[in-house]
Design a protein around this ligand. Sequence first.
Ligand code: GDP
Ligand code: MG
Length: 200
Amino acid sequence: MQEEKKFKICMLGSSGVGKTSIMRRFLDGTFDSNQDVTLGALYLLKMHEFEGETYQMHLWDTAGSEKYAPLANIYYRDAQVAILVYDITAKESFDTLKKWYEEVLTQGPEDIVFAIVGNKADLARQREVDEFKVNIFAGQIGAINILTSAKDNQGVQELFQEICQKVKERDLFVKPEKNNRVLTPDEDEKAPSESKGRCC
Ligand code: GDP
Ligand code: MG
């Protein structure tokens, strides 16, 4: 039997940009306009079909508040992908995204894939973040660059398809002997977790 291909994704960005909503949309196709604030981190497992193969995606959704920011390192340091989310209607969320990029670049794995995600695309009339500047930034760092609306189900599937494509191209899948250490944080250093995980 063929070994399933596994990799870890870490979601980062300011509180309220829509990280949890993007994950929910991807995982079970739902959207909650009163999405609860994430405490600590949320772990979810998604089996995803890509080009005839099943990928095991280990998704870590972190809390965006300042209080938990120092703990994020636990989640991104072994990740193959960092999804950096900003809210197109909140200028400061893009400034925060750039700080996350710098942190992951200096403290994260060398070959991590970056995805820049502008969420709440359904609120285009309230856009505050300059799309041109985002495109320049994403181009400079060689990141996936996409607009999403977790609310209207726009761009979310495409985001994860692009991620699978890049992980496959660079063959970043977790090697079987490293599975346990890489995909779940050590018990003793785990931040408060909202969920023990779920598979779908
Ligand atoms: P997080 O703190 O980054 O995890 O953000 P949440 O997923 O908790 O979302 C924060 C708020 O933004 C919630 O009220 C969501 O319902 C709302 N929200 C999330 N995604 C979208 C979107 O694509 N469009 C709109 N209009 N609202 C969204
Ligand atoms: Mg959240």
